[in-house]
Design a protein around this ligand. Structure first.
Ligand code: NDP
Ligand code: GDP
Length: 345
């Protein structure tokens, strides 16, 4: 498919960077929606060596005019809305702003497509946080939503708007309800990357210990590069619909810490309980992990684990990377960055 134009809002984020790489590899023209920054340096795109291959378009999801201009001028075949304030915990610090960007921002794009480029296919980045405190497990496309944070509520608004523009105006508007997906490009405030970076530093004598929140929280973690394949499959399907992308497995933060500490060469021994729990280096008795209540969530979600059966059946999509391989990939990348003194995000 030569000359296909792909617009990625949020191209500087984890998923945006991997999706841009995929689309460039497939020979498409990539427009990357970016917020202006004072440095103009896009570290993830540099990491993937694609920063100079993207056509940048300045947008801000808070600014409707910038969205209209971008949609009208590019007339993209596919528009992926991956832009968001994506850190759940922070969404309590600025709930109105999160509602504006993660909620209304999607509406601005849908409205611009409806009015100015109705043939553009639209992908909305929905999330397992829509399910929040739902009591059904595993979660499917028809599980009841019950968000637990301003982030989840804002994303639910965007999710329903996408479905309503599809139903009411016949737009090709689809969503991917993605469960957590991680990679060496994940932001270091998220727990997996926080853990791999901390142990890479501890192993090289640059950090004493890892301070962590709820060790018994669970997540369904997949590998981000595989999830962007799923996004493209959703938009290239015969019909616009909603799909859960997940691994179907669930693990505790504790087990991820154990995997990574082993990769770093430590034999970890847990001591104490709850907020007083520590993880010791069995060999030396030194504390490597310490629970800090500051990192606990205001409201934890119910056990989030997705059922990706519909995506497997209708899109032929499945997550193949094991948690062990994912942890290895992330730890090795962080180890090398720490060695090279090049930790930028
Ligand atoms: P990141 O946080 O890594 O990236 C978010 C992107 O959004 C960045 O490019 C950021 O730009 C951009 N952005 C933020 N605010 C604005 C704004 N006002 N205007 C324009 N762009 C903005 O997220 P991920 O790549 O991990 O996630 C991609 C999408 O998928 C997000 O919508 C996220 O909520 C959703 N999601 C992610 C999951 C995951 O596990 N990763 C799970 C489920 C859903 P800048 O670089 O300038 O900050
Ligand atoms: P989220 O699922 O999008 O909120 O992704 P995070 O990686 O931020 O959090 C995943 C889970 O890890 C949540 O249940 C957190 O409570 C838990 N967690 C435990 N300790 C930490 C920590 O130190 N930082 C973060 N970000 N999460 C932590």
């Amino acid at each position: 498919m030569p000359n296909r134009k792909i617009f990625i809002a949020g191209v500087t984020g984890q998923d945006g960077a991997y999706l841009a790489k995929k689309m460039l590899t497939e020979g498409y023209t990539v427009y990357g929606g970016v917020r202006r920054t004072s440095s103009g340096i896009y570290h993830r795109l540099n990491d993937l060596k694609i920063a100079d291959k993207i056509n940048y378009v300045e947008i801000d999801l808070a600014d409707q005019e910038s969205i209209i201009r971008a949609v009208k001028d590019t007339q993209a075949d596919e528009f992926y809305n991956l832009a968001a304030l994506s850190f759940v915990n922070s969404s309590w610090n600025y709930p109105a702003y999160v509602s504006q960007i993660d909620g209304l921002g999607a509406l601005y794009i849908l409205e611009a497509i409806r009015a100015h480029s109705p043939e553009t296919r639209f992908y909305q980045a929905s999330t397992s946080e829509l399910f929040g405190n739902t009591q059904e497990s595993p979660q499917t496309e028809s599980t009841q939503f019950n968000p637990r944070s301003p982030y989840g509520v804002a994303k639910l608004y965007a999710h329903w708007m996408t479905k309503n523009y599809r139903d009411s105006f016949g737009l090709f508007a689809a969503t991917g309800i993605l469960f957590n997906h991680e990679s060496p490009l994940r932001g270091s405030e998220f727990v997996t990357r926080k853990i791999t970076l901390a142990f890479a530093r501890i192993a090289q004598g640059q950090q004493d210990l890892l301070e962590i929140g709820n060790l018994d929280a669970r997540r369904d973690w997949g590998y981000a590069e595989e999830y962007v394949d799923g996004m493209a499959a959703i938009l290239r399907n015969g019909i616009a619909d909603d799909y859960v992308l997940a691994t179907g497995r669930t693990n505790t933060i504790r087990s991820f810490v154990e995997i990574v500490s082993k990769l770093a060469g430590f034999d970890l021994e847990w001591n104490g309980h709850g907020k007083a729990e520590t993880g010791l280096n069995r060999k030396t008795g030194k504390t490597l992990v310490k629970v800090n209540p500051e990192f606990y969530r205001k409201a934890e979600t119910f056990q989030l684990v997705g059922d990706p059966e519909k995506a497997r059946r209708e899109l032929g999509w499945a997550c193949k990377t094991s948690l062990q391989s994912l942890a290895e990939l992330m730890y090795r990348a962080d180890y090398d960055r720490v060695t090279a003194n090049s930790v930028h995000f």
